[in-house]
Design a protein around this ligand. Sequence first.
Ligand SMILES: [Mn+2]
Length: 453
Amino acid sequence: MTDKTVHPFPLFFDSDCAGVHGENLECVQPIPWPGIDNVNITYVKALAARLFAASYRSPDLLNLFAIRKVHLTKLLVHSKDLFIRENNIVDVVVPYDGCVRVFGDTHGDLHSLIEAISTAGLPTQTNIFVFAGDCVDRGCWGVEVVALILALKLHSPSHVFFLRGNHETTGCTRRYGFLDEVKRKYDMKTLDAFSKTFRELPVAAVLRSLPANQSCTPVAVHPAAGKVRRRPKRGKRKEGPLIDSAPVGQGWRATPVPGEKRVLVVHGGLFRSWKAQKRCVMTIGDLVDLAEVNRREDDPYECLLEDVIWSDPSAKNEVSCNLLRGAGILFGSGAVQSFFKRNGLHGMIRAHEGPDMRERRKDMNNVDNGYSVDMELAEGYVATVFTAANYPPDQPRGNRGAFATIYGKGTEKKQALPEFTSFEKRGAPRGPELFYMPDQSDQSATPRNSFSK
Ligand SMILES: [Mn+2]
């Protein structure tokens, strides 16, 4: 970081924006809001440069020198308008001559995210991005990570997708640091804007590799998608307005096209059916169930929505409660085989488990390289991808971060498994630890870092 002429991330920092190396932050002015119609790649790069520079300084300076509160709110509100229009399951056609990149948990690790995107290339119509959730909490730069992803989404709505993880919820953000981060950098009103955007995030993507060149087929988004009818449910529930479901096939295609390969992307994994109203019933649901549920909850703590963001694969061939998490289920290969057959799937890429979690699950592969192939079955595979390198920040395990790539059928890449790209973290501030502590006492979480207020 001493050489001011060569930046470690030239893809992002080819602009002549002052302060891209962190040392020159005093030169940086907060980026002006370009207007919703002018969120172009120049703007995204200039924003990334400021966020990167600000990561070397006190969190208090983010609002002053990188991105003003009113501007951050614009990103949140405008992207929320896009997410509202997306179905629970977004339909992603893998570009025939291109690819889809799937990114796992980043947990406020801005530098792993920048490293990953620098390797993957910027999103285009032949380089589609799917973020599989858990962008906030624990790391110190959750605001920055989300701001960058939302800027990419606004720049390229049909080529960037952001799925909800279990940390994009009110409960987790209160306990695992994001609340304290946003309070420190902005205020509670801004946190509220984050929460309102998070509750609109879709929860799954189906990546479809088509046998013929249909790469330019736009992803259909129905105006009512995301505002689907709530299933009747016992007990007291806050009822939102009832809006007719988006027709199946608009926004999500239930029936596979002959010859296509379909890969499901979710944060956690398989989920129980709505029929399993009682928690002891372990009936696995189908994509149709997931497509029809009302996902707009601050804290999804009901079978189906909770499971999809909390569940983990298991080496045991059964479905059981996920006692380690206290939420979601553990699903074995039998459930996966049946689920894949019923839903015409050939694979599942999920995130959710970093090196610390896998340390506690000795019968599963480690994720030291940022990924793990958890199941290889005749019907398809289950893989885990984790993008934050050297995680968790308070007790780093030295792991590499990674993302997964699914190539289109015109690229002559083997399709049996995704391609995984691992990387070391570079360009991160050095020195004392930089992280937020889980709130395990009456005291609220505080950043344990070298910045003093
Ligand atoms: Mn998670």
